[in-house]
Design a protein around this ligand. Structure first.
Ligand SMILES: [Zn+2]
Length: 160
């Protein structure tokens, strides 16, 4: 069994931070996928091959780590977009929003990569309809949490 900070982080995320996942929806981007093998928006593998033998703790840990990474990388561009749009008068906003990202705190370089991706993305929705739909879901979720009072100016997010 693996030990260490990554496993502790995965255990700390828990279902509340990960948010609900409706049946038939992608656990990363929430697209309704039905019986698809792979998510048509984010590419998450929804139905893989059968696992031979026992599902070990290491297999579960590896799956949880991959899912956490995919969720974090899906959510971080939304943080960048919201912070860019609202953040100049509130320098701590991005840090508070990062606390809401599913998958735990970003690993070094992930937030910078999200900034680069957002700032180099096409501003024309017609050129990237999938990216725009992805942003709409993630930004909408973060804005909902701001409106619900989970993100406050100058304070830590409330626990849930
Ligand atoms: Zn997806």
């Amino acid at each position: 069994m693996r030990k260490g900070p990554a496993r502790e982080e995965a255990a700390r995320e828990g279902p509340a931070r990960a948010g609900p996942v409706a049946a038939g929806c992608c656990p990363v981007c929430a697209l309704v996928c039905g019986a698809s093998r792979e998510c048509g928006r984010c590419g998450w593998l929804l139905r893989g091959d059968h696992v031979r033998g026992e599902i070990t703790d290491d297999l579960e840990w590896e799956f949880g780590a991959r899912l956490a990474t995919a969720r974090r990388r899906f959510d971080l561009p939304a943080v960048v977009r919201v912070a860019d749009a609202l953040g100049s008068g509130d320098p701590g906003l991005a840090d508070r929003l990062v606390d809401l990202v599913r998958g735990g705190p970003p690993v070094p370089g992930e937030l910078d990569a999200a900034r680069r991706a957002v700032r180099t993305a096409s501003p024309w929705p017609a050129a990237a309809p999938t990216a725009m739909a992805t942003d709409t879901v993630a930004v909408g979720r973060l804005l909902s949490r701001i409106v619900a009072g989970e993100v406050r100016r100058g304070g830590p997010p409330s626990s849930n």
